[in-house]
Design a protein around this ligand. Structure first.
Ligand code: NAD
Length: 464
């Protein structure tokens, strides 16, 4: 993964004619924190955990990136993800650099109380290298707003202990002499700037409206812009794909946070979502020709009731077993749809199946769902692939809006958040599209060029 992220940067740096020192500067992280911390588990025994926070590049602003809890977390993986965050934030024109964090942990193997203690211990380990204007973590794989609440509360507590007269020495001694768990001291968070140290928080402690849907919503905004541009392009070139109708049917792989909202909002925007999948399999509706979409909301309710997607062919307000059929996840990827949206895992479109992909457009909502080899093969064949650094940047964009509101002490309506998101996604798309047209390059190359140019503008001394 690190090799692949660095490979694209090296190629872009070469195309841009960068010096080896500038290229090296873009490849290496500014700081790589690898640490170990102990947590008392429920059985009263300490257990040692390994954690990371990688701070890749801060030319554009504070490092920004999630914290994942996963048994497969490694230094290389976190470094690769931090590198890609630098690119993604620059693509989205955010005043942020890239960072990422992680703990080697399978959260399913620990209790809720242990998870809380691990989250707080992780924060204590990184507290001195994060802050609203230094490094702003967020949720990632297996972390969520609840974990952000624990983390930000612990961070505020530490800052109170370090700086606030609210916890004077007497109070501190009294807390300590009673052997009270310091974790249970909850300061009143008056400083919304400090709340801005984390994003993806629950609403009552500085979270923003619109964050849950943001990644899917941003992806649909990008898809709409793309389809409009493709319609104009196709019309000019006189191909038979003469209108946005040529880009209408959609299959979505993954029905979690990203895939669900993508499917729901795409249908609202007039796309025809005919197939969705989760880890257990896929479903496709029979009504492709009748211009009908699966109703994502009903599909979710049906899945909750039945325990699987199978049979959940929900359209027009009803779920009817006769209206569709089940598929494997591999078959979903090979459906003859206009638009394919991998929104689950990485590397799902690869050399094994690239020749069977029939979609005209692929929107990379997951991180890295199309391998380098498949990306090259498919773009040569004329498939338009919206790269992850653009397609799923709606999430980090609304994280930025959360940070911005905290820094200014504001609370925006959902409508205001969505309007701002639309503006920012339009800006991001236009810059990448224009670059790809101007330099006749694919969208991924264009995205990396735009991002690296923006980063380098703030690092001018490396340009020689
Ligand atoms: P999630 O855990 O909410 O959902 C993942 C979905 O994928 C689930 O429906 C799961 O059943 C499904 N899935 C798992 N294995 C599958 C398989 N083999 N085939 C088909 N489906 C499978 O995760 P999410 O937050 O929706 O994230 C999905 C992807 O988007 C990840 O790659 C993530 O890194 C990326 N992403 C998420 C965000 C965000 O804001 N959540 C932002 C940027 C990128």
């Amino acid at each position: 993964m690190l090799e692949s992220a660095q490979g694209v940067i090296k190629k872009t740096a070469k195309d841009l004619g960068l010096s080896s020192s500038a290229t090296e500067r873009l490849l290496q992280p500014e700081a790589l924190h690898e640490f170990h911390f102990s947590v008392i588990m429920d059985d009263g025994k300490p257990r040692l955990f390994t954690g990371y926070r990688v701070q890749h590049n801060s030319a554009l602003g504070p490092y920004k990136g999630g914290i994942r809890f996963h048994p497969g977390v490694s230094r290389e993986e976190v470094q690769a993800l931090a590198t890609l965050m630098s690119i993604k934030c620059a693509v989205a024109a955010l005043p942020y650099g890239g960072g990422k964090g992680g703990v080697v942990l399978d959260p399913k193997t620990v209790s809720e109380a242990e998870l809380e203690r691990i989250s707080k211990a992780y924060v204590r380990a990184i507290a001195n290298v994060i802050g609203p204007e230094i490094d702003v973590p967020a949720p990632d794989v297996n972390t969520n707003p609840k974990i952000m609440r624990w983390m930000v509360t612990e961070y505020l507590r530490l800052k109170s202990v370090q700086t606030s007269p609210r916890l004077d020495r007497g109070q501190l001694q009294s807390v300590q002499s009673k052997k009270t768990d310091l974790n249970r001291f909850q300061p009143v968070p008056t400083d919304s700037n400090l709340l801005a140290t984390f994003t993806g928080k629950p609403l009552d402690i500085g979270g923003t409206l619109g964050r849950t849907e943001a990644t899917g919503r941003g992806g649909v905004m990008i898809l709409k812009s793309l389809v409009q541009r493709l319609a104009v392009r196709d019309q000019r070139s006189g191909t038979d794909r003469q209108s946005p109708v040529a880009y209408k049917t959609v299959a979505v792989q993954g029905f979690g946070n990203v895939g669900y909202f993508f499917a729901e909002l795409a249908a609202k925007e007039g796309f025809q979502v005919i197939a969705v999948s989760d880890s257990k399999g896929a479903i496709v509706g029979n009504d492709m020709e009748k211009n009908k979409s699966l109703d994502a909301k009903l599909v979710v309710e049906c899945k909750a009731e039945k325990g699987s997607l199978s049979g959940c062919y929900c359209m027009d307000g009803v779920c009817d077993i006769k209206k569709g059929r089940t598929l494997t996840n591999d078959e979903l990827l090979e459906l003859p749809v206009d638009i394919l949206v991998p929104a689950a895992l990485e590397n799902v479109i690869n050399k094994e199946n690239m020749q069977s992909i029939k979609a005209k457009v692929i929107v990379e909502m997951a991180n890295g769902p199309v391998t380098e080899e498949a990306y090259e093969y498919l773009t040569k064949k004329g498939v338009i692939i919206v790269p992850d650094v653009l397609a799923n940047s709606g999430g980090v964009t609304v994280s930025y809006l959360e940070w911005y509101q905290n820094m200014k002490g504001e609370k925006w309506s959902e409508e205001k958040v969505n309007t701002k998101l639309q503006e920012m996604m339009d800006g991001a798309f236009d810059a990448i599209w224009d670059k790809s047209v101007k330099k006749n390059m694919n969208l991924k190359q264009a995205a990396f060029e735009v991002a690296i140019e923006r980063i380098l503008k703030k690092m001018v001394y490396y340009m020689s």
